[in-house]
Design a protein around this ligand. Structure first.
Ligand SMILES: Nc1nc2c(ncn2[C@@H]2O[C@H](COP(=O)(O)OP(=O)(O)OP(=O)(O)O)[C@@H](O)[C@H]2O)c(=O)[nH]1
Ligand SMILES: [Mg+2]
Length: 304
């Protein structure tokens, strides 16, 4: 591999919520970099995740799923998805494999992408759930007709089916050029952001209905084991903000059981990502209607 053959570029993943965009990014970079849950609207920010190899450096931009905005947070999520389409080399439009048709909010995004000159691949995820039947090119025609993708590829982030092939196809579309980021870098956000996300991930996994959507996590203290020699562990203290007292009750749970479980699972995933033991302390506070307040949204990283 000569330097002239090395490729690099930005690749954005977009689509409706819950189709598996973040799961695909994690499979492609072979690391847990973006949080995943079975609830829609898990991802809230554009997250750049970097895959460096001898052949190429691919910078993936994971985005919030496109969904009608019901508050200022919802508007921010939509904007994040739209902004991630600017100045990228390739768009991965992600759908679920199967007879899937665009929803109204998606149609406007599809129109936007169709009008761009940026090439796209239509990625049909969850192929493991697909039953033999009509070819994907036929069932996904409503997408293909607007996007005109270079190709339609079934994949499964769950089983790894076609993930290596997808990576190769992505690399083949990228321009030649040097790496854009240091080659040992995995994401463009600091560890504090990752910690907030991994805690929020457990809230999304353990609570239901509106509760997870009304939660924001802020890390107050982040010390490495070196900075916390008393225990020789990382020290992470974080606050979970909710909009109502009833939600605080749910997050804490009877006898503090729920918060304990969120903390236990978040600690395990933090330890595996940070590679060191972690002492995690969580608090819950009520901040009425934070999703409507520009100042509060900004404070949590959901504003401009
Ligand atoms: N069966 C199956 N499930 C999958 C696959 N990929 C992802 N999932 C599941 O689909 C759900 C949503 O996955 P995410 O990766 O969070 O989806 P997303 O598109 O990033 O969702 P938002 O961030 O809300 O837009 C999770 O429960 C995943 O475990 C797959 O290939 N097969
Ligand atoms: Mg996501």
């Amino acid at each position: 591999m000569t330097q002239e053959e090395h490729r690099s570029g930005l690749v954005t993943l977009v689509g409706r919520p819950n189709v598996g965009k973040s799961s695909i990014v994690n499979s492609l970079v072979r690391e847990k970099v973006s949080i995943v849950s079975e609830r829609p609207q898990t991802t809230r920010n554009r997250v750049r995740c970097i895959d460096s190899s001898e052949k190429a450096q691919i910078v993936f931009v994971d985005t919030p799923g496109v969904y009608p905005a019901r508050n200022r947070l919802g508007e921010f999520l939509l904007d994040e998805a739209r902004l991630a389409l600017e100045a990228v080399d390739l768009i991965l439009y992600v759908v679920e494999a199967g007879p899937f048709s665009p929803e109204p909010e998606e149609k406007s995004l599809l129109g936007l992408i169709g009008a761009l000159k940026t090439p796209s691949l239509l990625v049909a995820n969850k192929a493991d759930k697909l039953k033999e039947g009509v070819p994907l090119e036929v069932v996904l025609q409503p997408y293909i007709g607007v996007l005109h993708p270079l190709e339609t590829l079934p994949v499964s982030a769950k089983t790894g089916f076609n993930i290596d092939l997808l990576r190769d196809k992505i690399i083949a579309t990228l321009p030649t050029g040097p790496s854009l980021f240091p080659e040992d870098m995995l994401m463009d956000h600091p560890e504090r952001f990752l910690a907030e996300e991994l805690i929020r991930e457990q809230v999304f996994r353990l609570t239901r209905e509106e509760v997870p959507h009304g939660v924001a996590v802020q890390v107050e203290t982040f010390k490495t084991p070196f900075e916390y020699p008393e225990r020789n562990k990382a020290l992470i203290q974080a606050t979970l903000y909710v909009e109502r007292a009833s939600q605080k009750g749910i997050l804490i749970g009877a006898g503090g059981k729920m918060l304990k479980e969120i903390g236990r699972l978040a600690r395990l995933s933090l330890e595996s990502q940070l590679g060191c033991p972690v002492f995690l302390e969580l608090w819950v506070k009520v901040l009425p209607e934070w999703r409507k307040s520009p100042q509060q949204l900004k404070r949590f990283g959901y504003g401009r």
